[in-house]
Design a protein around this ligand. Sequence first.
Ligand SMILES: [Cu+2]
Length: 111
Amino acid sequence: MKRLNPFILIAALAPLTTVAHAEDTRQPASPFDAGISATHHATGRIVKVDGIAGMLTLAHGPVTTLNWPPMTMAFGVQNTRLLDTLSEGQTIDFEFAYDGSIYTIAEAQPH
Ligand SMILES: [Cu+2]
């Protein structure tokens, strides 16, 4: 696995440090906070960056841990600042998890 881009990683993780220590650990605000959620990895080409909705539409490859075939779908992002670093047409490696509502990208790096 390639080295993570430190800027993107820090931007993606920044809210965790604030939230994780503030909440009752018996009832985590999101699976990311407790670290209990399965994290999945995929590669995808960015179809759309929607800064208003805070969503990223990706044409992604297979996700073996979810038995997903390749498809185009929208993901949430854990930190919307990640969207500022990405552009349409770019291919990224990304990690994501189900946050209880939508599949949400925790980190991404250029492929
Ligand atoms: Cu998908």
